[in-house]
Design a protein around this ligand. Structure first.
Ligand code: DON
Length: 598
C-alpha cells in the first residue's frame, strides 16, 4: 500500500516518508517485551498523541491526522472512515455506534448514532405464520438492516468538536479504498470463514470473495465503489448519504431485493447528543470519575451498577478465586437488571438514576454470598431506586437466556497532544453485518437483531431475551451493549477504554476499568489480563483459556458452572501516565490490535 507523502505534516517524523514513519511504528510495536504467547507486556509510550485500534492502518490514519494538526475528534473521524475500509467485518459506514468525547477543557459529550428501525418495520416482522421466529431473517440479508447512523454521527462529531474539513479526515480512507491495502492472513481467513454468507450477495461476493476465486494473504484489496462513495461524502457531506446519490443507490437495492429502508427513513435519520453517565469513586488515595455511555447503551448503566457494588470489595486480582467469584456474582445481578429495564430512552422510561445509585447497589450486593455461587433461578432483577425514593413504576423483569459470543464490532481510542480524548465503539452487529454489500460498495448492518425479535425468545446472534420495551418499532433504536468509557483521576484524563463482544462488551470494559483503577495494573497488562463473564442466564461463568485450571476448579467448588472460551472482547485502550503525562497505548493482542503514537 502506498501512502502519499503530502499528508505527513506533523510535529514529529515530519518530512519522513509515511512508509518510514510506518516502519518506525511497526518497529516500536515489534520491539516491546513479550510474554510466552508473544503478547506485548508493555504499552506503547508517546509524548504527544496516541491512537489504539484493531488495525495498524486504522491507527496510522488517525496519527496522520493528529500530525497534520487535527485534534482527537478529527483523528477519531478519520479512524472510523479508515476502519470502514481496512476492517470490513466491523468498521463501517453502513452501521452505527457511539462516541464519547472528553475535551481537555473538561467539556464532555456523548454522540449516539445508533441505527433505527425502518418505518415499515413491525414488532413481529421476524415471526412466521407458524408463530416461530425466523432466526436467519434478523441477521442475514436485506430485511435485517436498520437505518445506518455512522455517517451522520461522524459528521456531527466533526462539525461540533473537530477542526478539519470532512474531505481532509476522509482522505486516508479514500486512499486505502482506491489504492488498496495488503490483505493480512487474518483477513484472508475471515473471508474464507464468512464465504457461505457473503457469496449469497453479488456485490459482497465480487468485492470480498474475488468473484469466488478468493484472496490470499498479501493480495491487494481494492474497493473502487467504496472509494467513489467516500469521495461523494467528502464533497457533499452527510447529506450525500441520507439524501444524495448514495441514498438512492441504497434504496434502489432495498426496493429490488426485499429490504425495508426508504428514502424517507434515510432523510429522517438523526444522530443524538446525550448526557454522559457519570459516577465518582475514591480509590487508592485518588478521586476517580467514570464517564460512560447512557441508554440506548445498556453498558454504562451496567458498568456503574457493577462498580458501585464492588466499591466495598477488596479485590486482589484474577488469580484470586474470591475476587473472581464476587465480580461474577455482581455481573449476574447487573445482567438481570439489564434484561428487565434497558431500552431506547426516547420511548421507554429507563430507571437510570435508580440503577446507578450506590444505595441500590448496596441493597443488591447484600444478596451475594461471599463464599457460594447464587443460582440465577433465584436472582431476579431488583427494584432500582435512589436513596429514599422508591422507583415504584419500574417494569417487570424478563429473562435473559443464553449467550452466543458475537464475532465482531470494533472499539478505538484516541488522545491528542492537548489532552482531548475520544472513546468510540461502532458496529455492523454481526461480523460483516447482514453480509449484504450495497451497490455503493459498503456493507450493511444486521442491527435489527439487537431488538427483542420475539418477546420471551432469545435473539439470533447473542441468545439474549430482552424486555418488551426493546420490541421492534419504527424509528426506535435497538438496545446496545457498546460501552465507550473515559476515566478521570483527580480531575485529569486517565484512561480511555471500550470493547466489542456483544454482552461480553460490558464485562471486558468493566474488567479493564477494574484493572486500571482498582488493581493499578500497567495498561498493557490490564488489557492482556484474563477475562471472564457472567450474564445471569445461562447460569455459568465464561472464562478465557488463559485462566489456570486451579482457579476454574476453585470456582466449581464454590458452586459455579464454568465454560472456557478462546477470548472475549478486544479492548483498545489508552492510559495517561500520571507522572509524565505520556500517552500509554494498549491495543488488544487478541486481534493484533495496534497502538500508534508520536
Ligand atoms: O450493540 C451491540 O451491543 C451489538 N450490536 C454489538 C455486537 C458486537 O459486539 C459483536 N461483536 N463482537
Amino acid at each position: 500500500m502506498r501512502i502519499r507523502n503530502t499528508l505527513c505534516f506533523g510535529v514529529f517524523l515530519c518530512g519522513l516518508t509515511p512508509a518510514l514513519a510506518r516502519g518506525q511504528a511497526a518497529a516500536e510495536l515489534r520491539d516491546r517485551p513479550r510474554d510466552a504467547r508473544g503478547w506485548p507486556t508493555q504499552a506503547v509510550r508517546a509524548g504527544h498523541g496516541m491512537v489504539a485500534t484493531d488495525e495498524e492502518l486504522g491507527s496510522e490514519a488517525g496519527v496522520e491526522i493528529l500530525k497534520r494538526g487535527g485534534n482527537a475528534v478529527d483523528a477519531a473521524v478519520a479512524v472510523a472512515f479508515a476502519l470502514a475500509v481496512v476492517e470490513p467485518a466491523a468498521g463501517n459506514i453502513g452501521g452505527g455506534g457511539f462516541m464519547l468525547i472528553r475535551l481537555a477543557n473538561g467539556k464532555t459529550s456523548f454522540l449516539d448514532y445508533r441505527e433505527v428501525a425502518p418505518g415499515k418495520a413491525t414488532r413481529d416482522m421476524y415471526i412466521g405464520k407458524d408463530g416461530k421466529l425466523d432466526e436467519e431473517a434478523s441477521v442475514i440479508g436485506y430485511r435485517s438492516v436498520a437505518v445506518p447512523g455512522t455517517v451522520a454521527g461522524l459528521a456531527l462529531a466533526l462539525k461540533s468538536y473537530g477542526s478539519m474539513k470532512l474531505g481532509d479526515v476522509i482522505a486516508p480512507a479514500i486512499r486505502l479504498a482506491e489504492e488498496g491495502f495488503p490483505i493480512s492472513e487474518r483477513l484472508a481467513h475471515e473471508f474464507e470463514q464468512e464465504r457461505p454468507a457473503l457469496q449469497r450477495f453479488a456485490v459482497s461476493r465480487r468485492i470480498f470473495l474475488n468473484e469466488g476465486k478468493m484472496f490470499h494473504p498479501r493480495d491487494t484489496l481494492l474497493q473502487p465503489e467504496l472509494a467513489t462513495t467516500l469521495k461523494r461524502i467528502a464533497r457533499n457531506g452527510a447529506a450525500e448519504f441520507y439524501r444524495g446519490e448514495t441514498a438512492h443507490m441504497l434504496v434502489d437495492d432495498m426496493f429490488r431485493l426485499g429490504g425495508l429502508i426508504t428514502l424517507d427513513d434515510l432523510a429522517k435519520y438523526q444522530p443524538k447528543v446525550r448526557e454522559v453517565l457519570r459516577a465518582k469513586y475514591e480509590n487508592n488515595g485518588h478521586a476517580w470519575e467514570v464517564l460512560t455511555s447512557p441508554p440506548p447503551s445498556s453498558g454504562g448503566v451496567a458498568v456503574i451498577e457493577a462498580l458501585n457494588m464492588l466499591q466495598s470489595v477488596p479485590l486482589k486480582g484474577w488469580d484470586d478465586v474470591e475476587s473472581v467469584h464476587l465480580v461474577a456474582e455482581v455481573m449476574r445481578r447487573v445482567f438481570a437488571d439489564r434484561a428487565a429495564y434497558l431500552a431506547d430512552p426516547d420511548y421507554s422510561n429507563v430507571p437510570v438514576a435508580g440503577l446507578t445509585d450506590p444505595c441500590y447497589a448496596k441493597e443488591v450486593f447484600s444478596t451475594v454470598d461471599p463464599q457460594r455461587a447464587s443460582s440465577s433461578k433465584t436472582i431476579k432483577a431488583g427494584n432500582p431506586h435512589t436513596c429514599g425514593v422508591a422507583a415504584s413504576n419500574a417494569p417487570s423483569p424478563e429473562t435473559l437466556v443464553s449467550l452466543g459470543e458475537g464475532p465482531h464490532t470494533t472499539h478505538f481510542s484516541v488522545v491528542d497532544a492537548a489532552g482531548n480524548a475520544v472513546a468510540s465503539t461502532y458496529t455492523l452487529n454481526d461480523s460483516y453485518g447482514s453480509h449484504v454489500t450495497c451497490s455503493a460498495g459498503f456493507l450493511l448492518n444486521d442491527e435489527m437483531d439487537d431488538f427483542t425479535t420475539q418477546p420471551g425468545v432469545p435473539n439470533s446472534l447473542f441468545g439474549l431475551v430482552q424486555s418488551e420495551a426493546n420490541a421492534i418499532a419504527p424509528g426506535h433504536r435497538p438496545l446496545s451493549s457498546m460501552t465507550p468509557t473515559i476515566l478521570l483521576r483527580d480531575g485529569k484524563l486517565s484512561f480511555v477504554t471500550g470493547s466489542p463482544g456483544g454482552p461480553t462488551i460490558i464485562s471486558a470494559t468493566l474488567l479493564s476499568i477494574l484493572n486500571w483503577m482498582r488493581l493499578g495494573m500497567e495498561p498493557q497488562v490490564a488489557i492482556n489480563a484474563p477475562r471472564f463473564h457472567h450474564q445471569w442466564v445461562p447460569d455459568r461463568i465464561l472464562i478465557e483459556r488463559s485462566f489456570p485450571d486451579s482457579l476454574e476448579s476453585a470456582l466449581n467448588a464454590r458452586g459455579h458452572a464454568t465454560h472456557r472460551v478462546g477470548h472475549m472482547g478486544l479492548v483498545n485502550a489508552i492510559a495517561i501516565d500520571p507522572a509524565s503525562s505520556d500517552r500509554l497505548g494498549a491495543a488488544d493482542p487478541r486481534h493484533d490490535g495496534a497502538a500508534v503514537g508520536y
